[in-house]
Design a protein around this ligand. Sequence first.
Ligand code: BG6
Length: 302
Amino acid sequence: MNDLLYLQDTFGISGVEFKELAPCYPVIYIVNGFSDACIALHGAHVMSFTPKSHEPLLWLSDAAIYREGKAIRGGIPICWPWFGDHPDNCLPAHGFARNQFWQLVSIVENIEKETVVTLTLSDSEMSRAIWPHKFTLEVTIAVGKSLSVSLKTVNKDEKPFSITSALHSYLNVGDIQKTEVFGLANVFYRDKLSNDQVFMQTGSLHFDRELDRIYGHSGDDEIRVSDSTNTREIVVGKSGSQSTVIWNPWIDKSSKMTDFEEGGYRHMLCVEAANTCDCNIVVEPGESHTLATIISEADKAL
Ligand code: BG6
C-alpha cells in the first residue's frame, strides 16, 4: 500500500513525513537530532543524507527519474542479485531490486535516537521468471550521525543460490579533481576500462578521467575520501563485502545518460560496498548473508 495517508497513519512517528515525488511514488523524509534523510520505497533507495549543518554526504542527480522500473541516479541504489551487466544482456544491469517498490515494514527510533527504517522485498512471479529462486531481502537503514545501510539476503528455497551485489553509494564531493581516496594502497584491482586487467594500486587515488575499478578489498581498513573543497573527510566502512567498486563516469559517459545532470560528474564519486563476480556469495537454503556499509563525516581535529 503506497497511499500517503495509509503510510503516515501506519508508520508515521515524530520527525517522519511521507511525500510523493510522482503519483504513487512515495518517499520518506526524516529529520532527527543528527541529520536528515530521504528514502524512496522504490528500490529501498536512500536518496539523501545530510548531517545537521553540513553539506549532503550523498550525491543525487537533479535529472534523476522517479518512475517504477527505473533506478534513481544517485543516493544508494541496491544492486542485487547480480552486480553489473547480466550475461544475457536483455536483463537489467545491476539486477532487479533497485527497479521496483519494496514493502515498508517499520520506522522506529532506536535507543541512540537514530531513526531506523526497515523494508523488505520477496520473490514474485516476475522475479522468478528471470531469477528462479525464492528469497527475502531485508534492508535496514539507520539515520543518525552516520548513515548505515544493511542488506540481508535470506534463501527461502530448497537449493543454494549465488548472488553478486552492491550498495552503490554516490558520495557528494565538492570537486572530483580535488578529491583523493585513501585506504586502497597495495590492493589489487580489476580495471573495467582496460579489458578487466588486474593491477595493484600504488598510493592514493586521484581523479582526472573516467574510472571504473573493482578492488579486491574486504574492508578491514575504512576508505577515507578527502573532499578538500568541502574541507572534510568522508569515511566509508563496510562488512560482508569482498570488493569495493570505485566509479566516476567523467564527461563523455555521463553526458550520454539522460538522468545524469550536466556537469554532475564533478560532484560525485561512487564508493561501493560490493561482492562482484570474483567473489560471488553462495547462500544455502534457510541461511542468510548480510552486506552493509556505514557512511559518515570524520570529526575535525580541534
Ligand atoms: C558501476 C559500474 O558500479 O555502476 C559501472 O562499475 C556502471 O560500470 C555504473 O557504469 C553505473 O551503472 P548504471 O546501470 O546505474 O548506469
